[in-house]
Write a protein that binds this ligand. Structure first.
Ligand code: PHE
Length: 341
C-alpha cells in the first residue's frame, strides 16, 4: 500500500498541467470520484488494522497535494483568460438606445395647438369623468335630448345627489368650466379625449380626440369666427384650400354651421376618401347660445362669442394614410415606430 501511495505521489508531482485541457485530464485521472486516489482509499479496508491510521494519513496528504495542484492550475488559467480576453471590450460599438416617437394623433394635435396659440388662444383642460350638468345641462341640451341616451353616453353612475357621472362625450364641458371660472374676454382651446358608446369599426372608436375653441368678447361676430377658421384651415391643410359653411344645429350654438374644406388629398377633384364630393367635413361651429352664457354666469346682452369643435383622429388618419382608427389605440410599437421624426 505504501509503495502504491509513493508511486502515485510521484505521478502527481510529475504531471504537467499547462492548460485547461490538461487540468481536466489530471482531475479525471486522480481526483474524481472514480479516480486513482479514491481507488486507493477504497483499498484501505484491506490494510492491516494496525497500519491503517498511518496509511489513512499518507493517503490524506496525497489527496491534499493533488487538490492543491488543481487549485493552483485553476488560479493560473483564470488570470490568463483575464489577460487574453478582457471582459470589457472598449472597441465594441455602443448599444443604440431606443428612440420613442410621437403618436400621430399627438402630432396633429400639436400642429392644431400651435396654430391656435399663435393666434392668442390659451389652452384649457378638464376632467374626462364629468357631471351631466357640465356635459349637457349647462350646454342647453334639453332634458330628453337623444345625445344623453345610453347608446351614446357611457354613464358611470346615475341618480347621485351631484347628478349623473359620465365619460365626457365632447370637450365642451371644459369650456363651461372656463366660463364659470373666468371673466370675459375668454379665448381658449380645449384639446382632449372624449368617449362615445358607438359601434366600433375602422372609422369610429369608443374614444377619440377633439379640439374645441371658445372666444367670448364684446361684439364678436360670425365674421370673426369665419376669419379664424379660414386662417386655421390654410395653415393646417394648405394655403389654397377653400371652405364651405353649411347651416347646422347644435344645442349650444345659434346660428350653427358645419365646415367643409376642399379635399386636401385630391385637391377637390373628387376621390375615394371624399366620396367623389371634393369636400371633407372638418368641424362644427357657431355663435355661443345666449342660454349657455346665462348658465355659465355671463351676460349675453353684454358679451357675444363663438365656439368650434373638431375631431383630431380623422385628420391624423387622412394625413398619414392610415385606414383603421383602432390602430391609434392599440399601442403596437411596430405601428408607432413608423412615425419617428
Ligand atoms: N361639441 C360639439 C361636438 O362634440 C362640437 C362643437 C363645438 C360644435 C362647438 C359647435 C361648437 O359635436
Amino acid at each position: 500500500m505504501e509503495t502504491s501511495i509513493q508511486q502515485l505521489q510521484q505521478e502527481i508531482d510529475g504531471y504537467e498541467i499547462r492548460n485547461p485541457k490538461e487540468l481536466e485530464a489530471f482531475k479525471l485521472e486522480f481526483t474524481v470520484r472514480k479516480g486513482k486516489i479514491a481507488g486507493l482509499f477504497s483499498q484501505l479496508k484491506t490494510v492491516d488494522p494496525a497500519d491503517r491510521p498511518r496509511m489513512g494519513q499518507l493517503l490524506n496528504s496525497l489527496k491534499l497535494s493533488a487538490e492543491a495542484r488543481v487549485a493552483d492550475a485553476e488560479a493560473r488559467f483564470a488570470e490568463d483568460t483575464a489577460g487574453a480576453a478582457p471582459a470589457l471590450d472598449l472597441s465594441l460599438p455602443g448599444r443604440r438606445s431606443f428612440l420613442g416617437s410621437e403618436h400621430p394623433v399627438q402630432k396633429v394635435l400639436g400642429d392644431m395647438k400651435r396654430i391656435f396659440t399663435a393666434m392668442g388662444f390659451g389652452i384649457a383642460t378638464g376632467p374626462e369623468l364629468e357631471l351631466d350638468e357640465y356635459n349637457f345641462d349647462r350646454l342647453n341640451f334639453p332634458p330628453n335630448h337623444p345625445a344623453r341616451d345610453m347608446q351614446d353616453t357611457f354613464f358611470i353612475t346615475r341618480g347621485q345627489p351631484e347628478g349623473d357621472v359620465l365619460l365626457r362625450t365632447h370637450t365642451s364641458p371644459v369650456q363651461v368650466r372656463v366660463m364659470l371660472d373666468q371673466k370675459p374676454p375668454i379665448r381658449v382651446i380645449c384639446p382632449g379625449k372624449v368617449y362615445r358608446n358607438e359601434a366600433i369599426s375602422a372609422r369610429s372608436y369608443c374614444v377619440f380626440h377633439q379640439l374645441e375653441g371658445l372666444y367670448i368678447d364684446k361684439n364678436v361676430s360670425f365674421a370673426d369666427l369665419k376669419a379664424t377658421i379660414y386662417s386655421f384651415a390654410r395653415q393646417m391643410f394648405g394655403s389654397d384650400v377653400k371652405l364651405r359653411f353649411r347651416p347646422s344645429f347644435f344645442p349650444f350654438t345659434e346660428p350653427s354651421a358645419e365646415v367643409d374644406v376642399t379635399c386636401y388629398l385630391c385637391g377637390g377633384k373628387g376621390c375615394r376618401v371624399c366620396k367623389k364630393s371634393g369636400w371633407l367635413e372638418i368641424m362644427g361651429c357657431g355663435m355661443v347660445h345666449p342660454n349657455v352664457m346665462k348658465h355659465c354666469g355671463i351676460d349675453p346682452e353684454e358679451w357675444t362669442g363663438y365656439a368650434f369643435g373638431m375631431g383630431v383622429d380623422r385628420t391624423a388618419l387622412l394625413r398619414y394614410k392610415i385606414d383603421d382608427i383602432r390602430l391609434f389605440f392599440e399601442n403596437d410599437v411596430r405601428m408607432l415606430s413608423q412615425f419617428m421624426a
